[in-house]
Design a protein around this ligand. Structure first.
Ligand SMILES: Cc1cc2nc3c(=O)[nH]c(=O)nc-3n(C[C@H](O)[C@H](O)[C@H](O)COP(=O)(O)O)c2cc1C
Length: 252
């Protein structure tokens, strides 16, 4: 196993951080790694807003559902899907701009952001830093857009806490490999893999909590998905998309 694979397969998310700020050199390496990720048509539909100001982080922590690890992490990165530059290119060329009328633009933006985010995580971990991605950035997306002054065609997709991690949570066990790797065609035996994994997950959390947390993966995931907008925590997303110009009019 080489160093890159060893870093990737040792991943874990940190939710406690030292007060110590990361260096400019570390930050630049993380951001260069993120920017080096492949993007759809080389459109480079990603922007990263770097937040180190404590007050601003506190506001974002609140918008993200009072996630205190955002306050603790000295650096918070907000990864946005960004079609603003594509719109400017269309204006320069004096042609119409139709990308954000396509629902596929959401998949493009989310994919581009996901790959860049993943590069940032791997780069951070290779430098001995800890991270946790923050999807909670979409809980109050209108407030986030206002605070970060995001223009039309730019939407926040995920945050990333970066810092020196404390209280190593260890590796979170994954579903059985056979559920993830499908040979030649989809493996429909998922329920049996989930049954096995529910017990692995349960034991892992019982061990970690000295017997306090008795929960299966099925219970946790089904509770999260049981109501619209993930239990109404993400209900501003459709309004936010419309406001930012993502009409997805091909869906109608
Ligand atoms: C897109 C995305 C959004 C996430 N959002 C949050 C979040 O808002 N808050 C949080 O504490 N963890 C968040 N996480 C972290 C996941 O909970 C974590 O990756 C998962 O539990 C697996 O644990 P591990 O990363 O330690 O392996 C997010 C992860 C991803 C990929």
């Amino acid at each position: 196993m080489n160093d890159v694979i060893s870093t990737l397969t040792s991943h874990r998310s940190f939710r406690k951080y030292k007060e110590q700020q990361i260096t400019e050199e570390q930050l630049n390496s993380i951001l260069s790694s993120a920017q080096s990720a492949p993007t759809w048509i080389h459109g480079q539909q990603v922007s990263v807003i770097v937040i180190q100001d404590k007050e601003r982080k506190a506001k974002l922590a609140n918008f993200c559902g009072n996630q205190n690890h955002i306050n603790e992490a000295p650096t918070f990165l907000v990864f946005c899907a960004d079609f603003n530059r594509a719109k400017i290119a269309s204006d320069i060329e004096n042609v119409p701009f139709a990308a954000c009328d396509d629902s596929d633009a959401l998949l493009v933006g989310a994919t581009d952001v996901g790959i860049a985010l993943s590069n940032a995580i791997a780069a951070s971990e290779s430098l001995g830093l800890g991270t946790v991605p923050i999807g909670g950035i979409r809980k109050k997306p209108l407030d986030v857009i206002e605070l970060l002054k995001l223009p039309k065609y730019v939407i926040p997709i995920a945050g990333l806490c970066v810092g020196y991690g404390l209280e190593d949570p260890g590796i979170n066990p994954r579903l059985p490999k056979d559920s993830f790797i499908h040979k030649e065609e989809y493996d429909h035996d998922q329920k049996s893999y989930i049954n096995i994994y529910d017990e692995t997950f349960r034991q892992h959390h019982l061990n970690k909590s000295n017997g306090d947390r008795d929960v299966t993966w099925s219970h946790r995931i089904s509770s999260f998905y049981k109501e619209k907008h993930y239990n109404n925590n993400y209900s501003e997303v459709p309004t936010m998309l419309k406001q930012q110009g993502f009409t997805c009019s091909d869906m109608k």
